[in-house]
Design a protein around this ligand. Structure first.
Ligand SMILES: [Zn+2]
Ligand SMILES: [Zn+2]
Length: 324
């Protein structure tokens, strides 16, 4: 199985075309300086900025908009036709999601537990999704200091309950980027796993669709099996040798003030049960797991950042095991 490349991306960005403080050109420049290979342009209810961004190669840009409604914020990416967000109802969101997918689009849930109205209109997710297989990704981390944000813990709990019900949803980080200043943890990103050495908008889309995502405060962290399977894949149950990769080189090149000291690797499975915990030592580590059928398994990296211990540094999407 060919190796994936992992590209740091920012999947949630605003510009002057909605309520952001920077122009499209300034957003692209800042993303480039932060060593991001890709961004999603997700202005509120408009794709007006995409004309200025679609030619960008560093970073590459996947176009979309953040549906900004009274009942939730939903990034919609690369939808070939306009799907009307204005009449989305709390109990009718599945139909909208089907229309988005029929137009080739992807849909995510942004900051599901953000304080809603009147602090941020519609920022809290109230839509009653019947079929969560229609949701491609969920922002389990939002804003600049993800491990300090209690609403992110609720988002991770929601994600875990959906995984337990058998839904396969990719986790993402969304800076909800509006301006250059203001976000403390500038290295946070979603790493997208793509084939080939060059990131493309199509590759970003495929990574989200196939669950090849890692949410991170900065370090690249992922695992693969001895056979080369990785997050998002469906593999046989039974004994499985895993290789964990922890790579802080991008963070080092960024020359930020943020420091990261990985301390622990944990693997979680159904019910949120921790089934492996080992000290983080070096860039490559191995462990053997005994995988149960019809389960999900995902890894987390824990450690210190900026002198503070006990921080969740990275969360991978799950790998899934086949049904018996
Ligand atoms: Zn929003
Ligand atoms: Zn937003």
């Amino acid at each position: 199985m060919a190796d994936l490349h992992w590209f740091p991306c920012e999947l949630h960005c605003h510009t002057l075309h909605s309520d952001g403080d920077f122009s499209v050109a300034e957003l692209l420049q800042t993303a480039h300086e932060r060593l991001l290979d890709g961004i999603c342009l997700t202005d509120h209810n408009t794709t007006a900025g995409l004309a200025e961004a679609s030619c960008s190669r560093a970073p590459v840009v996947l176009g979309g908009m953040e549906w900004t409604t009274y009942f939730g914020h939903m990034p919609v990416l690369d939808c070939s036709a306009y799907v009307d967000w204005r009449d989305a109802s709390v109990d009718g969101i599945d139909e909208k999601l089907r229309q988005i997918h029929a137009c080739g689009g992807l849909a995510g849930v942004a900051h599901p537990f953000q304080l809603g109205t009147p602090i941020c209109t519609g920022g809290y997710w109230e839509y009653r999704v019947r079929d969560w297989s229609l949701v491609d990704y969920l922002e389990i981390w939002s804003e600049g200091s993800p491990y300090l944000n209690t609403s992110n813990r609720r988002a991770i709990a929601l994600w875990g309950s959906l995984l337990d019900r058998g839904y396969r949803i990719a986790p993402t980080f969304g800076r909800d980027w509006h301006r250059t200043a203001g976000n403390k943890l500038i290295s946070a990103c979603t790493y997208l796993g793509c084939m080939g050495e060059t990131l493309t908008p199509a590759g970003m889309k495929t990574a989200l669709q196939s669950g090849k995502t890692v949410v991170s405060a900065g370090p690249l962290f992922y695992f693969k099996t001895e056979r080369g399977e990785t997050v998002g894949d469906v593999i046989p149950a039974g004994r499985s040798d895993w290789r964990f990769v922890t790579d802080c080189s991008r963070v080092a090149r960024m020359q930020t003030e943020n420091t990261f000291v990985p301390k622990e690797i944990r693997v979680y499975t159904n019910g949120g049960r921790m089934c492996l915990c080992l000290p983080a030592e070096g860039e490559r580590q191995t462990a053997t797991l005994d995988l149960e059928p019809a389960h999900w398994y995902r890894a987390e990296l824990w450690g210190e950042t900026d002198g503070q211990g006990g921080c969740q540094l990275a969360v991978t999407a799950p790998i899934y095991t086949q049904h018996p």
